[in-house]
Design a protein around this ligand. Structure first.
Ligand SMILES: [Zn+2]
Length: 96
């Protein structure tokens, strides 16, 4: 049975270590949790061994958290509306 051997051979390509170029190409999606688990695992193991890419990932995370903090700066109006909506759900006026 040769098929088992060939599928094993093909699968091995996906398990090889990522290059910096490949890691950089998917780094943002990885940090945003937008890639499949297999690719995420490969990026994670690359970041474990590669200092350059680890610093790159850290920098991106820092930028992202800065943006997230700014985004919390919503107009009072919409915050109040959200709070009213949450209150109406809690008071049981929503259909259950
Ligand atoms: Zn790297």
């Amino acid at each position: 049975m040769a098929s088992g051997f060939f599928s094993r051979l093909l699968r091995r390509g996906r398990d090889r270590p990522m290059t910096c170029h490949e890691a950089a190409a998917v780094l943002q999606q990885y940090l945003d949790g937008e890639i499949d688990n297999a690719t995420a695992a490969r990026v994670a193991s690359h970041l474990d061994v590669c200092r350059d890419c680890g610093i790159e990932a850290e920098t991106y995370e820092r930028i992202k958290s800065t943006l997230a903090t700014r985004r919390a700066d919503l107009p009072d109006d919409s915050v109040a509306r959200l709070r009213d909506f949450a209150a109406s759900l809690q008071s049981g006026s929503a259909p259950s």
